[in-house]
Design a protein around this ligand. Sequence first.
Ligand SMILES: [Zn+2]
Length: 207
Amino acid sequence: MNSEMKVFIHPTAVVEEGAIIERGTRIWHFVHVRSGAKIGRNCNIGKDVYIDVGVEIGDNVKIQNGVSIYRGVKIEDDVFIGPYAVFTNDKYPRAFNRDWEVVPTVVKRGASIGANATIVCGVTIGEYAMVGAGAVVTRDVPPFGLVVGNPARLKGFVCYCGKPLKNSDIVEQRDDYIVFKCRYCGKEVQIRREDYEKCLREGGCSE
Ligand SMILES: [Zn+2]
């Protein structure tokens, strides 16, 4: 087994019994991983990250310092979570409610979440979507969607590479999809027409 394949856990991290961490993953200073959490391969879990009971994290996920991920959150492969981003899991929090319900949240493959963003529970962040720094996400984000602000609004769409797609990058219009060709990496990206039209209605996709 080469060093790439091993799991690295810094001596100051607390990984509870019953947590699953797959090969190639690195867990840095003062991380706390609760029992029943599952972290896939080749992930990087930064300093002071908290991963709650039952949280599922895919492969090649990068989580920056100080992120809290609570029960009910699922993170798919290739997701980036910027420093001090936070997830919630209780829609109607009260200190004295005993029968509160976990509301699930999903971050789909390839999505990125900016520094200090807040993801309110119950939303799905679509494949390769981009959440701006400090955004407060209260609704679903479509695949490749770029959302910013509080409450987060759909401003436009991004490529697989993360760069913004502009209207001048449109190369084909189909019934269901609008095809963009990224001016930076050359990849073609299919955006669902309904998502694009929603973006226009909300004042985004103007460039
Ligand atoms: Zn691109």
